[in-house]
Write a protein that binds this ligand. Structure first.
Ligand code: FRU
Length: 519
């Protein structure tokens, strides 16, 4: 990897800026064709399609004019973008929320023959509205399976006279004696998740609240609450509460924490809260969905066949989201992740596996067995290189302080993904990952505690044109980071610092050789 000075790099990037901005468009992650997006909203599987709605600016490439964009997919891999679903107007911005399939027409918006999809979203009211300055929950419905939407005339349906009450996630709760809708939403600045119930999605009754707990430095946003069998046992059902926090995430800025416990139809009780005042402990003690900088506002799909729980996050961070060097689009979604709950070191923990980009599956371009990694950096042959890769590696640190892989390597740049024996951490180092100077806080090193299993670390890494998503030890720990390398930086190398280690096996799939227009 040849050497250039920092100013060469900046100038080089400036000269190549337009080409690079377009070249950063991911191959295996969803982006809107044009313009800004943030949180995934209204994730629902309905009549064979996965619907992905999202916070969207129809008029620009920075945050603003919040409305719901829309895409759908038959397989979570190939997405089709649709016209704007729910538009903001002079009275309200359409903030985050969820969608339910109201199959029994409890809302009365449709009929049992034509059940409505109902969106429950936050109206962020403007100065021109009678509710100026408030955030309250509103409804819109669709009678054509999610493609066109009508706002409910009686909006808002739930108003706490609060300026920070938002991000409703609604699900059907089947209790022993009755079934009803449950909403989880946040009072963002109070670090509270508030729960309500309803028979018809229009009239809501307060149930309980949860919080503050664990990470409380920033605002609480985008909650989600769902059941998962522990260790695959349906007689051992636990409830998982997701709470995004911004700033104050474990890697800095935006992050997502989770709680595991019980939900009795009224109250969520956490079994893994460590701190109720947020003061006592390091952020690293808490349970995080992802230890990277770019995995925020994660929420799950409703009604996935087989009761699977699949989550998608916004692959960005409010610290620098508006400044990332992409155009004419800004921000991608994470890969969809299948999440399960397993007992690990005595604790129930989320285990995450990316849903394979099935449209891209190709035979391995490079595969090796056991190989020593000598001190230094060893470039792999060019069959291993690429902009869009799926990498499976098993590493043994041996005597090295740190060993791992370099991806998207090129002229004095590369993203280092490895294991540090001193800190016993998975490491993603994007300090020299390419264009990092667009924001002072972008260059960073992420670390996440992970135990070796039989002396080895198993990694699955998805490399894309502007991101890496790393799943360690079968998805017990993940790190998701954006990167902005030169398009020509495609090298893959092995590295070992201060000693030697080994790679037990390494298999690389180049996902770019499939149809580049598929996503
Ligand atoms: C989270 C968030 C939500 C809000 C939306 C506005 O990223 O701040 O709390 O509803 O974005 O776009």
């Amino acid at each position: 990897m040849t050497s250039t000075t920092a100013s060469d790099r900046v100038n080089g990037v400036a000269a190549d800026a337009d080409r690079d901005r377009a070249a950063y468009r991911p191959a295996i992650h969803y982006t809107a064709e044009r313009n800004w997006l943030n949180d995934p909203n209204g994730l629902v599987h309905y009549k064979g399609l996965y619907h992905l709605f999202y916070q969207y600016n129809p008029d620009g490439n920075v945050w603003g004019n919040m409305s719901w964009g829309h895409a759908s997919s038959p397989d979570l891999a190939t997405w089709t973008e649709h016209p704007l679903a729910i538009a903001g107007d002079v009275y309200e911005d359409i903030f985050s929320g969820s969608i339910v399939a109201d199959l029994e027409n409890t809302s009365g918006f449709g009929s049992t023959l034509t059940p409505p999809l109902v969106a429950i979203y936050t109206s962020a009211f403007t100065e021109l509205s009678a509710f100026a300055g408030l955030q309250a929950q509103s409804l819109a419905y669709s009678l054509d399976d999610g493609f066109t939407w009508t706002k409910h005339e009686g909006n808002p349906v739930l108003n706490r006279e609060s300026a920070e009450f938002r991000d409703p996630k609604v699900f059907r709760f089947n209790g022993p004696s009755e079934a009803y809708w449950v909403m989880v939403a946040v009072e963002a600045q109070d670090h509270l998740v508030v729960l309500y119930k309803s028979a018809n999605l229009k009239d809501w009754t307060y149930l309980s609240s949860f919080g503050p707990a664990n990470a409380n430095d920033g605002e609480w946003e985008c909650p989600d609450l769902f059941p998962l069998p522990l260790d695959g046992r349906t007689d051992q059902l636990k409830w998982v509460l997701i709470v995004s926090v911004n700033p104050g995430g474990v890697a800095g800025g935006s992050g997502g924490q989770y709680f595991v416990g019980t939900f009795d139809g009224t109250t969520f009780t956490s079994e893994n809260t460590i701190s109720e005042d947020g003061q006592a402990l390091s952020l690293r003690e808490y349970s995080w969905l992802d230890w990277g900088r770019d995995y925020y506002a994660a929420v799950s799909f409703s009604d996935v066949p087989g009761a699977k729980r699949i989550m998608i996050a916004w692959m960005n961070n409010w610290d620098y989201a508006n400044d990332i060097p992409t155009s004419p689009w800004k921000s991608a979604m994470s890969l969809p992740r299948h999440v399960t709950l397993a007992t690990i070191e005595g604790e129930p923990r989320l285990v995450q596996e990316a849903v394979e980009p099935t449209d891209r599956l190709v035979s391995a371009s490079y595969a090796i067995g056991r190989k020593t990694i000598d001190r230094g950096t060893e470039l792999l042959p060019d069959e291993a290189w690429g902009q869009v890769l799926k990498i499976d590696a098993e590493l043994r640190p041996g005597t090295a302080d740190e060993i791992g892989l370099v991806v998207r390597g090129g002229q004095d740049e590369g993203t280092f993904i490895g294991y540090n024996s001193f800190s016993r951490c998975l490491v993603v180092n994007r300090v020299k990952s390419g264009y990092v100077d667009f924001h002072h806080s972008f260059a960073s090193v992420e670390t996440a505690p992970v135990e070796l299993i039989d002396g080895a670390l198993r990694l699955r890494i998805y490399v894309d044109r502007s991101s890496v998503e790393v799943f360690a030890q079968g998805g017990i720990i993940t790190i998701t980071d954006q990167i902005f390398p030169k398009p020509s930086s495609c090298e893959v190398a092995l590295y070992a610092h201060n000693g030697t280690g080994s790679v037990e096996s390494l298999v690389i799939h180049n996902l770019e050789s499939a149809d580049p227009n598929a996503i």
